[in-house]
Design a protein around this ligand. Structure first.
Ligand code: HEM
Length: 592
């Protein structure tokens, strides 16, 4: 991007060079127009004349990937950019009509899903949207944004290498980095197949209100209300104006600094060798624990000690949750197929839940602030996070450790008022039933979706098969309890015993800010602002499976859980060096 506040001559020269790059290909006529531009530059022409020349040049090039129908300074920040005519609906999933691309490939066109990665424009192949292992929402939430930090955090080196094949252009980043667009999906816009068999825009939800321009908060959350069926469409696609981030108090410069800091921190974690899974010393003791819990539960069952058996089954499930979590993050063998197969065995067959559902929803929560607004029904509907049910009811309050540094005022406002209520524990103790409902709903919904990832829909069928097996074995266990009161007791005790993980996860997120600061906020700042570690006695740390170090987990989701402790020390030290907040102070057990 060119900074319009700089010396006009420099800007014009730079812009001219950029235009020459665009028109490098073949056109002879453009030479004449370029001549005009040259003249405008030499004469230090007013910006209007320059813009006119530029516009003509771009329009003249029928094959220009820019398709600019007008050329304007669209940013109040003074950035000079090429944009589509704002009066015309932006018929693109790609809001990058303004991108000056050096692409030599012909497929940079409208209706693409594009994001920025290290200054490169990456086009997500359409087939990836339906088969992306991290779910389609994670990608759609980053359209039009610089997703470098997120993409580095979420992908293996192998995948990052492969992504290079999807690079279709380059953008020049200013001092403050890329000025992001609001992804269309954040305004409720999605693409779907039209009646004529062509893809078209569809407005699934309408913005209710935006908290822009608040003097007290930098939040720029857009609340969405699901569109009523049959509601009249006034637009055929998102307008450019809707894709501009609402002004807020975040400084792009500070966010850029955070982003640079994250890159440095990530390098430290990689250099410390923490991405290597410790199979023996890490998972070894866990497997012993899983086996013991399962065995004790089985022995108790055969002895007729049903409550004890249910209790140990619940504890077994609680522990397995952490293993399923690692697998869902491709964090065990780091091979997607292998990790997915094992996770289906663990989550679906033993636990009765769909790992596919978990992955799709879980990954979004790593990418955005969680919405707690009951008004935001669209978001809840889409994300169907396990806590969407529980949070509007109540959220417990928790104390933070006295050592917690006070948050920097500009980037860490407190979350919504939190009320303490014992009811929240009761609701959370039954959360597992909500997870079943969400899981099966997801599998039903995706039954007919094309999923081609790694050679087919085998994972969907494997999940369905394993869930069938779960119902068979757990149904037999319940049946063996004899009477209805026994069955009910077994069901409740086993499910309640597996619930501390839900309290822990809700705490780690909802006792922090849930405000959405929009696409300007960096990945690093958002994770530090929205998560907190649970502190507990070292003797019971195993109950939390290492995920009590939630801040570090959010910063490096693919890091093997057993290395989180070491990584968290690095992160804390780094945060201290930089004067950033690392929230490590939630007490859990003292409250229950
Ligand atoms: C061409 C673009 C992309 C490709 C080819 C791609 C591919 C993949 C692959 C293969 C994985 C499995 C993990 C691995 O093997 O690395 C994955 C996971 C994931 N991707 Fe992407 N991805 C793309 C873009 C994105 C974008 C833009 C985002 C948004 C930030 C994203 C978010 C995620 C997430 C959240 C996961 C799950 C990571 C985890 O479980 O810890 N991906 N992606």
């Amino acid at each position: 991007m060119l900074d319009y506040n700089q010396d006009l001559h420099t800007q014009l020269t730079q812009a001219h060079e950029a235009v020459c790059r665009v028109s490098l290909q073949k056109d002879i006529e453009v030479k004449e127009l370029q001549g005009n531009l040259d003249k405008a530059i030499r004469l230090n022409a007013p910006a209007d004349i320059f813009r006119h020349s530029l516009k003509t040049l771009l329009e003249h090039r029928a094959d220009s990937p820019i398709h600019a129908s007008s050329c304007q300074t669209s940013r109040p920040s003074g950035h000079f950019s090429f944009t589509c005519d704002a009066a015309r609906p932006l018929d693109v999933r790609d809001p990058f009509a303004r991108v000056r691309t050096r692409s030599t490939r012909a497929d940079v066109d409208i209706n693409n899903t594009l994001f920025i990665l290290n200054g490169n424009v990456v086009r997500v192949p359409p087939s990836w949207l339906t088969s992306h292992p991290g779910g389609n929402l994670a990608i759609l939430r980053h359209v039009g944004r610089d997703a470098t930090d997120e993409v580095d955090a979420f992908h293996s080196d192998e995948t990052l290498q492969k992504m290079k094949g999807s690079v279709v252009g380059r953008v020049e980043l200013g001092e403050d980095g890329w000025v992001p667009f609001v992804p269309p999906i954040a305004n409720g816009w999605v693409r779907r197949m039209g009646r004529d068999g062509k893809m078209e825009w569809y407005n699934e939800a309408r913005p209710l209100k935006s908290t822009e321009d608040s003097d007290t908060s930098p939040a720029s959350q857009i609340l969405l209300k699901k569109a009523q069926a049959g509601a009249e469409e006034t637009q055929t696609g998102p307008m450019l104006a809707q894709l501009q981030p609402t002004p807020n108090k975040l400084s792009p410069k500070t966010e850029k600094m955070h982003s640079d800091a994250y890159k440095e921190l990530h390098k430290r974690v990689i250099d410390a060798g923490l991405y290597k899974t410790r199979f023996i010393t890490g998972y070894g003791p866990e497997f012993v624990r899983y086996t013991l819990l399962a065995l004790v539960s089985a022995v108790c069952y055969y002895k007729g000690w049903l409550v004890a058996s249910a209790l140990f089954l619940g504890l077994f499930w609680q522990q397995l949750t952490f293993f399923a979590h690692d697998l869902g993050h491709v964090g065990v063998t780091h091979d997607w197929t292998l990790d997915r197969l094992i996770s289906i065995f663990v989550a679906d067959l033993i636990g009765g839940m769909s790992i596919g559902w978990w992955v799709n929803n879980h990954n979004v929560h790593h990418c955005k602030s969680l919405s707690v607004s009951p008004l935001n029904d669209y978001d809840n509907e889409r994300m169907r996070l396990k806590w969407s049910l529980t949070i509007p009811l109540t959220t417990p309050t928790f104390s933070t450790s006295p050592s917690l540094p006070s948050p920097p005022s500009s980037s860490t406002p407190s979350g919504p008022p939190i009320t303490s209520h014992k009811l929240s524990y009761i609701v959370l103790s039954l959360t597992r039933f909500n997870l079943y409902a969400n899981s099966y709903g997801y599998l039903a919904k995706t039954a007919f979706e094309p999923k081609r990832f790694r050679g087919g829909r085998w994972w969907w069928w494997t999940e369905v098969l394993c869930l069938g097996l779960f119902f068979a074995w757990f149904g037999a266990v319940l049946k063996g309890c004899g009477s209805w009161p026994n069955i009910l007791t077994y069901l409740l005790v086993s499910h309640v015993a597996a619930s501390p993980v839900h309290v822990q996860i809700v705490l780690s997120h909802f006792s922090r800010s849930t405000a959405d600061f929009g696409p300007v906020e960096s990945f690093f700042a958002r994770q530090l602002r929205t998560t907190v570690d649970v502190i507990c006695s070292p003797h019971i740390e195993f109950i939390h499976g290492g995920l009590h170090l939630q801040v570090t987990h959010h910063l490096f989701p693919r890091l093997p859980r057993h290395n989180l402790h070491e990584a968290s020390l690095i992160v804390k030290e780094f945060a201290k060096e930089r004067g950033l907040e690392y929230a490590d102070g939630i007490m859990m057990w003292s409250r229950i």
